[in-house]
Design a protein around this ligand. Structure first.
Ligand SMILES: [Zn+2]
Length: 458
């Protein structure tokens, strides 16, 4: 007998068993064998829709079942009150049509001039009237193509070129699970679409953001989802956890069995091996007048005397209770309440005992200065024109002035912290560092969602 030879009957038996296993897997998960079709609401930056028709595109009124015969070109659609009015680029009225209208693009994709997150989309477009004067645009698309437009908006696609392909795959599984979970939960049950394209669901930018890395991450995890007891989960994720994951009960209220709190050496900002988020270690000053208004409900003369992190904190170091007191009054913020009220990056922080004087000076000469990821500005207060103060947040700050300098003196309590986000579930930077260290996406997901199963939904 040759080495490795097995009788044919054994082979057939093995193949049959494999087939049965695959069938059981698919039917057990309760989903179809093809990716589900999704109805995704596209955010418009105005109440009308700017649409480009290409040669061969088919636009029809689903109300009457008739075609809307229009030559290629740019059109403006709006709600006329008794249908959808279409004007051409020159402003000529091409008619009013009963909605919803459906566009089937000849080339497989269509363009919208005023969508908030994208300009070109695969699949079909449906346009219907909303209320008295607005329109709703819906992209009808299969789950896998939808994910190609989501992953590049949720995680840096370039990571895939620097050892992070497995992190992109973990993100793809998380995003697919999220979308399926939301479908089942009826997140938009009062809307004519199932998912929106903003952060409320997941940011979806259509065809524009697609990259080879993110397409590959979607393709190589096709149909894969995370489940607990056979049910798809909502796999919470965040940017960076500061070196310690968190369980949901310590941030919100409900404990979930697949979330736990434990050290994450792959997202520890003090580990020099790790690629670190630029804001993994942060500092924020919160002016006394803000703390006073939280204590008293007004910016009266009552001064805050103490800002305390109450012991014990959670095992991760995240704060359970932050107490502000002064003038005989006390107010406490629990779990993530302080993070929300004070605009802190995470719940993992300490507070310096005494307030310190702070001053910020901003200047620009002859025009605009733009700084990206200028972390020392984050959370600082700036004086703008007409003496209006604002807190600087986000990843890009623009200073607009003409050779002038503004100063803002104030007293503030200093918060020092680690991580960005709630710390629950997958840390994206932690996933990236794990991928760089050779972990597979399955290993990454089983660390962040312990006890879950990776299933094939189709
Ligand atoms: Zn939504």
């Amino acid at each position: 007998m040759k080495r490795g030879y097995r009788p044919l009957s054994t082979l057939v038996l093995l193949l049959s068993l494999l087939f049965l296993l695959v069938m059981a897997f698919n039917s057990g998960s309760g989903y179809a064998v093809a990716p589900p079709m999704l109805r995704v609401g596209i955010s418009l930056s105005a109440n009308h829709l700017v649409l480009t028709l290409e040669s061969g595109d088919t636009l029809s009124s689903r109300a009457s079942g008739s075609l809307v015969p229009l030559p290629p070109g740019s059109y403006r659609l709006e709600n006329s009150g008794n249908g959808i009015r279409i004007n051409d680029a020159a402003g000529n009225n091409c008619g009013v049509f009963g909605g919803p209208l459906q566009l089937v693009p000849a080339q497989g994709a269509f363009s919208i001039g005023n969508a908030r997150y994208g300009s070109t989309y695969y699949g079909l477009l449906e346009v219907s009237t909303r209320g008295a004067d607005a329109l709703t645009a819906i992209n009808i698309i299969d789950m896998e193509t939808y994910l190609q437009g989501v992953i590049p908006r949720e995680m840096p696609a370039a990571w895939g070129s620097y050892g992070g392909m497995e992190a992109l795959k973990a993100q793809a599984v998380a995003a697919r699970s999220y979308a399926l979970y939301y479908l089942g939960a009826g997140r938009h049950k009062d809307d004519p679409y199932e998912l929106c394209d903003g952060q409320h669901c997941q940011v979806y930018g259509g065809k524009d953001g697609r990259t080879a890395n993110t397409d590959r991450a979607v393709a190589e995890t096709r149909g894969r989802i995370l489940a607990w007891n056979g049910q798809v989960i909502a796999p919470f994720y965040h940017s960076t956890n500061g070196g310690y994951t968190e369980c949901s009960a310590n941030v919100w209220t409900n404990p979930l069995p697949y979330l736990r709190s434990e050290p994450d050496p792959f997202d520890d900002p003090s580990n020099p091996e790790n690629i670190r988020h630029h804001a993994a270690l942060w500092e924020k000053d919160v002016p006394l007048e803000i703390l006073t208004s939280l204590l008293t409900g007004s910016r009266s003369a009552v001064f805050v005397e103490k800002v305390d992190v109450i012991q014990p904190v959670f095992a991760s170091g995240r704060v359970n209770e932050l107490r502000i007191s002064g003038g005989g009054q006390t107010v406490s913020f629990f779990k993530e309440q302080a993070r929300t009220a004070l605009g802190l990056r995470s719940q993992l922080y300490s507070v310096l005992q005494q307030p310190e004087p702070r001053v910020w000076i901003a200047s620009a000469i002859d025009g605009i200065t733009v700084k990206n990821s200028y972390t020392e500005l984050e959370g600082k207060w700036a004086a703008g024109a007409h003496g209006i103060k604002c807190m600087l947040t986000g990843e890009q700050f623009t200073v607009l002035a003409a050779d002038r300098r503004d100063t803002v003196p104030y007293m503030a309590y200093i918060f020092k912290g680690r991580g960005w986000g709630h710390g629950i579930g997958m840390s994206q930077y932690g996933a990236y560092n794990r991928a760089r260290a050779g972990h597979t996406y399955g290993e990454i997901l089983s660390f962040y969602y312990p006890g879950t199963q990776l299933l094939s939904a189709y």
